[in-house]
Write a protein that binds this ligand. Structure first.
Ligand code: PLP
Length: 409
């Protein structure tokens, strides 16, 4: 049974019954993104210390009582969520920190955080009888939507901008999605997807329109609270493009606190690329956000017109966190450092969160005794071209020992 009680518009606060609207607030239009709210007292009966301790499910479906599905019959059996948290000892030593953790969401079925949202969206599409699912994405939402649609046998239409890295495009093709590579930026791609979705009536997986994907993303926050036995870190670092991921994670952390399963709610640190930082600027100036360029090689956060600004800004403000912006050089340097010191390989946008941590350590925002968690939102193999570029391509040697000696010695 779903414990969804109502949907509430993040702009005007109007409330709707769960069956009344599907996507955005009818009064506010496209910017009226809805929040899914639950009967938390009812959810508590199924989701508590005892039930969690007894729950053997090692995926994010262990939180089903706090997800907007009526049952299990439309869930795909790909293992999503419950990603590992590592204590990063060698990174701690390098940065002078005592408590640094990495949550590796690159371990999801299609190798990114987006699987949390896509798994739930595909299930919801099936539950609502949709004949196809569609989304616009800088890459990861698309490849994950395609993967879960493939598992479900649901036709999938994907719109990606032409800068999407090859690894992500390869995933789309292999999962058998119908792929539209749009000759334009993410903004143009998003608008085209909206038109097509309306025209053909596909299920809309865009997390900035549909409140369901953000519910999937919140499982990251539910997991963090549980994996830290109800005492989550002081700071959670995540990179921010549209803002859905950090907003979702924050909602999960808050709900665990609400259910009495977490002692406090961490401060959320949103990391944007310096070349695409509309939300960081809005937060800093305490003004409404304005569109910016989208100039960064971290494709997953190359977003100049964020689609979920209010939810993201609320997460930062309410939690007492902050936004920071990191340059492409800082991202490249973080991309090199993290795998070398932890064995976790992050794609550029995921490494950006780590770059944000480094910046906060250097500027004194984070102190050595603070407990910090960096969410690695996507695996580095997603964009191997960027990795090789920032690492420097290996040297070709002739097949003789002297050449090896020159390298070794
Ligand atoms: C989508 C994505 C983000 C940012 O999420 P938003 O909801 O757009 O803010 C960060 N990192 C990776 C790897 C992503 O795929």
């Amino acid at each position: 049974m779903s414990h969804v009680s109502h949907l509430r518009c993040v702009e005007c606060g109007r409330e709707y019954r769960p069956t009344e609207v599907r996507y955005t607030c009818p009064a506010c239009g496209i910017t009226g993104i809805l929040d899914v709210l639950y009967d938390y007292d009812a959810a508590k009966k199924e989701l508590n210390h005892m039930s969690l301790a007894a729950n053997k499910e090692r995926s994010h479906w262990r939180y089903l009582p706090l997800l907007p599905l009526t049952g299990r019959q439309f869930i795909q059996n790909l293992q999503v969520g419950w990603t590992p948290v590592y204590k990063a000892n060698r990174v701690e030593a390098e940065l002078g920190l005592k408590h640094l953790y990495i949550k590796d969401d690159g371990r999801n079925p299609t190798a990114s955080f987006k699987d949390r949202a896509s798994s739930l969206s595909v299930s919801k599409a099936l539950e609502s009888g949709a004949k196809a699912i569609a989304c616009a994405s800088t890459g990861n939402a698309a490849s994950s939507c395609a993967g879960f649609a493939a598992a479900a046998g649901l036709p999938c239409y994907i719109f990606v901008p032409k800068f999407a890295p090859e690894g992500k495009i390869a995933q789309l093709l292999m999962f058998g999605a119908k792929v539209m590579v749009v000759d334009g930026d993410y903004e143009a791609t998003f608008r085209l997807s909206q038109q097509a979705i309306e025209h053909w009536g596909w299920y809309n997986r865009n997390a900035a329109i549909n409140p369901i994907p953000v519910e999937g993303k919140k499982t990251c926050g539910l997991e963090i609270a549980e994996q830290f036995q109800g005492n989550p870190p002081d700071y959670v670092f995540m990179s921010v493009g549209d803002g859905c991921s950090i907003a979702g994670t924050y909602k999960g952390l808050k709900e665990m606190h609400l259910l009495g399963l977490s002692q406090h709610v961490p401060k959320m640190i949103g990391v944007q690329a310096a070349g695409a930082q509309p939300l960081k600027l809005a937060w800093e100036r305490n003004q409404p956000w304005r569109p910016t360029g989208a100039d960064t090689f971290a494709d997953s956060i190359a977003v100049g017109v964020p689609r979920n600004p209010t939810k993201a800004l609320n997460a930062i403000r309410e939690s007492g966190g902050r936004f920071v912006a990191v340059s492409d050089e800082e991202i490249a340097s973080a991309m090199r450092l993290l795998p070398r010191l932890s064995g976790v390989f992050a794609e550029p946008a995921a490494a950006a969160a780590f770059a944000g941590l480094i910046q906060c350590v250097n500027s004194g925002i984070v102190r050595s005794t603070d407990r910090c968690l960096v969410v690695v939102t996507g695996n580095g193999l997603k964009d191997s071209a960027s990795a090789i570029r920032v690492a420097g391509a290996p040297k070709l040697i002739p097949p003789d020992l002297d050449a090896v000696r020159a390298v070794v010695e």
